[in-house]
Design a protein around this ligand. Structure first.
Ligand code: ADP
Ligand code: MG
Length: 242
């Protein structure tokens, strides 16, 4: 069974249907990149996978468990599925350590003595162990985004969702965040990413999903999809991001 199974998912906001029957499978350890124009439904799909939005019909399962906004054990579910957004969302009044350990202390009931070693461990994985006592505002955007990723890792997720996490960064800071995600991919994390970084999509992803007008328009291995787009919509999208 795939780690994520999405079957014919539909989602409307008011009269506007934003997801029009989306189906997608993500196997354990797979890196899936979702590409597509603004407004095609990419963020909505990620938010549905994390039960931040309620689907109207169809089904989503993660590790065999049906996902819905009203599901039982929502909190435990969210521990297993990390999500990082474009905006860094760090708590400005908390140090890096406290940003990372707040949720594990509250929801995983780890002991106080375990908190700092845990923060050091996950910060080490994003190359920022030396910033454990820093305040978020003293960090660059790239460093803040890496802390946001470390904060997710502290919950030991089984699946990570990334929604355009490098889009708000100055160009010179994009690489360090992509490298952290590449390292996570290499270590076997299952990941679904929405990104405009076509180099990353090409080199790291196992599968590319092109969304268009609320549907999975085309999907396939990166080399194939980029070399032989089957639809004019994907062809024109690829040309627009070159
Ligand atoms: P993408 O991430 O591909 O740019 P989104 O999933 O953010 O696309 O949005 C798809 C469509 O759904 C857009 O037309 C957007 O305006 C609409 N939409 C997204 N979220 C909401 C919401 N909470 N309420 C109303 N409309 C929304
Ligand atoms: Mg979006």
């Amino acid at each position: 069974m795939a780690l994520v199974e999405i079957r014919d998912v539909r989602k409307s906001f008011g009269q506007v249907e934003v997801l029009k029957g989306v189906s997608l499978e993500v196997k354990e350890g797979e890196i899936v990149t979702i590409i597509g124009r603004s407004g095609s439904g990419k963020s909505t799909l990620l938010r549905c996978i994390n039960a931040l939005e309620k689907i109207d019909s169809g089904s989503i399962t993660v590790e065999g468990q049906a996902v819905s906004a009203g599901m039982a054990n929502l909190r435990q579910f969210r521990q297993r599925v990390g999500i990082v957004f474009q905006a860094f969302n760090l708590f400005p009044h908390l140090t890096v350590e406290k940003n990372i350990t707040l949720a594990p202390l509250l929801t995983k009931k780890i002991g106080k003595a375990e908190a700092r070693p845990l923060a050091l461990d996950v910060l080490g994985r994003v190359g920022l162990a030396d910033k454990i006592d820093a305040w978020p505002e003293r960090l660059s955007g790239g460093q803040q985004q890496r802390v946001a990723i470390a904060r997710c890792l502290a919950m030991a997720p089984h699946l990570m969702l990334f929604d355009e996490v490098t889009s708000a960064l100055d160009p010179e800071l994009v690489g360090e965040v992509l490298k952290v995600m590449e390292d996570m991919a290499r270590q076997g994390m299952t990941m679904i990413l929405v990104t405009h970084e076509m180099g990353f999509a090409r080199n790291v992803a196992n599968k590319i999903v092109f969304m268009h007008q609320g549907k999975v328009w085309e999907e396939g291995p990166p080399a194939e999809l980029f070399a032989n787009p089957k639809t004019p919509e994907l062809r024109s999208f690829i040309n627009s991001v070159k």
